[in-house]
Write a protein that binds this ligand. Structure first.
Ligand SMILES: NC(=O)c1ccc[n+]([C@@H]2O[C@H](COP(=O)([O-])OP(=O)(O)OC[C@H]3O[C@@H](n4cnc5c(N)ncnc54)[C@H](O)[C@@H]3O)[C@@H](O)[C@H]2O)c1
Length: 352
């Protein structure tokens, strides 16, 4: 009983985590994913597992499937990433977010509890359920300060509200049943294999194609950017050394406005593609802001640094260059994952 189950392992962070886990260890690894528009087996191509690896195509809301998976896999660790994750889509239609992020997580918790309670005492005490949440549940930070583990919840979007609800259920299973859960709240991730509806990959692809680079509002919204490899490393550290019932914030110590991010990636595009024939930064344009758009998030990583010894390693400067390079070199992946999905239609305004 030493295997790991990852949910949502065909998505952006999940596929990077699967790669990292398979690279670092030969522990049996199980990946359950529904393969929504945001998940693709293409993101898992070319895996070279050192140990057993199984992909299970399914919904975390399917209790029988999850029950069978846990009986077969007998995990000592579950890392739960499966979610609907795009804020603009949640504004257009919150219910799929409720179904996966809240109800799906509750289904997973129910089956995990049944499984955990069936274990012998030594296995029970080793078991960990890591719930991957977001800093967005804390809402708008204001111009100064940072989120920390005691910050009160104040979600403003249907996405962050659904993640907040799932966090509460996860903690309730610790307090009520003793299930050894750990909750993480990470800031904005960037890196390879992020679905090109999110800011950084969208802007890279448009900058290369010579299309306008539409920024929401005045572009001054600040996020704390973390390379996905650092997030994956933090999740492994939390799973190994984190304390059940505890919460850890994860961030990049890298506050940047959206405008700065887009300017940085334009410079990286130009550096890697000097013969482009146009100046990407001249394509920047401004469009109507996202409704309820939080102005600033920033994360204190003091606890995970001092208690678990984790800190980010990838600088934004090198991370963004490497990310732009990855998108320039992986047009087949882009074509495969965006098939039928990216129509250039601005989401999140239809109901306002
Ligand atoms: N991307 C970020 O910047 C960020 C930051 C902090 C936290 N998070 C959290 O990390 C997790 C992963 O984020 P991401 O950016 O990789 O998301 P993503 O949208 O790229 O991937 C989500 C994955 O979950 C799968 N999925 C969706 N519904 C499912 C269901 N019902 N059953 C099984 N699988 C399902 C999808 O197919 C996809 O592979 C999410 O929980 C998100 O809230 C993301």
């Amino acid at each position: 009983m030493d295997s790991v189950v990852v949910t949502g392992g065909a998505g952006f962070i999940g596929s990077n985590l699967i790669r990292s886990l398979l690279h670092q260890s030969n522990r049996p690894l199980w990946n359950v994913d529904k393969l929504t528009y945001a998940g693709s087996l293409e993101s898992l191509s070319g895996l070279n597992p050192r140990g057993p690896y199984e992909f299970v195509h399914g919904d975390i809301g399917d209790r029988k499937l999850i029950s069978n998976l846990l009986t077969q896999a007998r995990p000592s660790t579950i890392i739960h990433l499966a979610a609907e994750s795009h804020v603009d889509r949640a504004i257009d239609g919150p219910l799929p977010f409720v179904m996966t992020n809240v109800v799906g997580t509750c289904n997973l918790l129910e089956e995990t509890l049944n499984y955990w309670q069936s274990l012998e005492a030594p296995q029970r005490s080793r078991f960990r359920f890591v719930h991957v949440s977001t800093d967005e549940v804390f809402g708008d930070l204001g111009p100064v300060g940072k989120f920390h583990e005691q910050t009160a919840y104040d979600p403003h979007s249907p996405y962050s509200a659904s993640k907040a609800a799932s966090d509460h259920f996860v903690r309730a299973y610790y307090h009520t049943y003793g299930l050894p859960v750990i909750v993480t709240h990470c800031s904005n991730n960037y890196g390879p294999r992020q679905f090109p509806e999110k800011l950084i990959p969208l802007m890279i692809l448009r900058a290369v194609a010579g299309k306008s680079l539409p920024i929401y509002g005045d572009g001054s919204h600040v996020r704390d950017w973390l390379h996905v490899a650092d997030h994956c490393n933090a999740l492994q550290v939390v799973a190994e050394r984190g304390v059940p019932g505890e919460t850890y914030l994860i961030g990049g110590q890298c506050e940047k406005s959206n405008l700065e991010v887009v300017r940085d990636l334009c410079a990286a595009v130009k550096e890697l593609h000097p013969d482009l024939g146009h100046e990407p930064h001249q394509l920047i344009s401004y469009e109507v802001d996202r409704p309820g758009h939080d102005r600033r998030y920033a994360v204190s990583t003091e606890k995970i640094r001092s208690e678990l010894g984790w800190s980010p390693r990838v600088s934004f400067q090198s991370g963004i260059l490497e990310t732009v390079k990855w998108y320039l070199e992986n047009s087949e992946w882009i074509q495969e994952v965006t098939r039928g999905e990216c129509h250039g239609h601005r989401r999140g305004l239809d109901r306002i």
